[in-house]
Design a protein around this ligand. Structure first.
Ligand SMILES: Cc1cc2nc3c(=O)[nH]c(=O)nc-3n(C[C@H](O)[C@H](O)[C@H](O)COP(=O)(O)O)c2cc1C
Length: 179
């Protein structure tokens, strides 16, 4: 019997073209099993600044697109840099647009930390997700031993430790989603 396909939506906290966090998510995408689709969400930078006045029955189209992608996902995979001891404003803004979006509540989340350190951002992200009633799957959260941000996806995929940790994260997440 074939397994149902699962959909994971990946959010990078960086808009930088050569972002290591985005490269990590692309590596995860290429390592995912045949039954788990990882889609990289590329619209975080297009969202307007969150404003409750805009969060009406007809929100901006970019917000609708984000919410539809969230609704279509079984889980989220987040990989973010730390900016000034917090998470980047782009990611926080995207999450703010999801606070009042009911399907976000209870969403499974795995967090990939691209490098040791950045503890403030990691802690802050967990606190925000907790406030939003997301379910962070700690067993599926991994830290990668990267010491710089110059590697691209191809280079990352050549490193056994990166492949192993990303595969571990995805497999653990998939197993929990299938329970
Ligand atoms: C504006 C800014 C603030 C930063 N603040 C921190 C910080 O507080 N702590 C930290 O560990 N790294 C900090 N960094 C370093 C970034 O986390 C690092 O460059 C990371 O690789 C950026 O992610 P990216 O490659 O995905 O764009 C900062 C970088 C920038 C551009």
């Amino acid at each position: 019997m074939s397994l149902a396909s699962l959909h994971v939506l990946a959010l990078s906290g960086s808009l930088r073209t050569q972002s290591i966090n985005s490269a990590v998510l692309l590596a995860a995408q290429s390592l995912a099993s045949a039954n788990l689709t990882v889609t990289i969400y590329r619209g975080l930078g297009d969202l307007p600044h969150f404003n409750p006045d805009l969060d009406t029955a007809t929100p901006p189209t970019t917000v609708i697109a984000l919410r539809e992608a969230i609704n279509a996902s079984d889980a989220l995979l987040i990989c973010t840099p730390e900016y000034a001891h917090g998470i980047p404003g782009t990611l926080k803004n995207g999450l703010d647009w999801l606070v009042s979006y009911a399907p976000f509540s209870g969403k499974f989340v795995a967090i990939i930390n691209a490098r040791p350190g950045a503890d403030y951002a990691q802690a802050s992200l967990r606190e925000i997700l907790s406030a939003m009633n997301a379910r962070v799957i700690e067993k599926a959260c991994v830290t990668l031993p990267l010491t710089n941000n110059t590697l691209d996806t191809t280079a990352l995929l050549k490193l056994p430790v990166i492949r192993e940790r990303l595969q571990f994260s995805l497999t653990t997440l998939e197993n929990i989603l299938r329970q």
